[in-house]
Design a protein around this ligand. Structure first.
Ligand SMILES: [Zn+2]
Length: 226
């Protein structure tokens, strides 16, 4: 009997090592895409998400929406949720309150005019913000949100490495919110690595036991509320 118990314990050691303190099985990931819409990248992301039956949140930049209204309409047609990521993609800590208010309002009005959606979530560029600005954002009835893990990493363009690193980073977070980019408002980021990584990321997440969250489940983005 004792021998049997010992051998049973030894048999489950690898399982304990793999699963200890991590959350993959039964957890839902939420994808969020910032900086679009972009004519090169957004259609690729929409296609990959469509093939995999995944809904996401797109935090769009107003000046890019102005250039590509059809792409925003396309995001909406695919059933994704749209959030505000400022109009100019400037650092909001360098804006006056009046400027920030105008940036959010102008972007939200464009989104509403094109898609009929009334955005609720706001994500500041690069996550930068200060306390007084959060108060302003809440007063405007928006929920400011961040993320748990970002796929892109400066100087890394191998999909395998980007995906592995991200999965390692989110492993201890229940129902992680992931940040990816489908745009480039500053015109210096090449998002090819993101496009190549997305199908692999979806495959790896599924293999690890993750599902994909409904972006309209309000508890999901509330997890990364600022
Ligand atoms: Zn951004």
């Amino acid at each position: 009997m004792k021998k049997l118990l010992i051998s049973m314990f030894i048999a489950i050691i690898p399982f304990l090592l793999i699963s200890g303190g991590t959350y993959p099985a039964g957890q839902n990931v939420l994808f969020t895409f910032d900086d679009g819409p972009n004519p090169l990248y957004t259609p690729q992301v929409l296609q990959t998400l469509h093939e995999n039956n995944i809904q996401a949140v797109f935090f769009v930049v107003g000046q890019e929406v102005l250039k590509h209204p059809d792409l925003l309409a396309e995001i909406d047609r695919h059933g994704h949720l749209i959030g505000v990521h400022t109009f100019s993609h400037r650092n909001i800590t360098e804006m006056t309150h009046a400027e920030l208010r105008r940036e959010i309002q102008a972007t939200a009005e464009l989104i509403n005019r094109i898609t009929g959606q009334n955005p609720v979530y706001f994500r500041p560029p690069r996550g930068k913000h200060n306390r007084a600005q959060l108060d302003l954002i809440y007063n405007m009835s928006y929920v400011p949100v961040k993320w748990h893990g970002c796929l892109e990493k400066r100087g890394v363009d191998k999909p395998e490495q980007l995906v592995n690193d991200l999965i390692k980073r989110i492993r201890h977070i229940p129902n992680p919110v992931i940040l990816l980019h489908d745009g480039d408002p500053a015109h210096y980021h090449d998002r090819t690595a993101t496009m190549q990584s997305l199908p692999l990321l979806i495959e790896r997440l599924r293999e690890s036991g993750y599902g994909f969250a409904d972006p309209r489940d309000s508890s999901k983005l509330r997890q990364v509320e600022l």
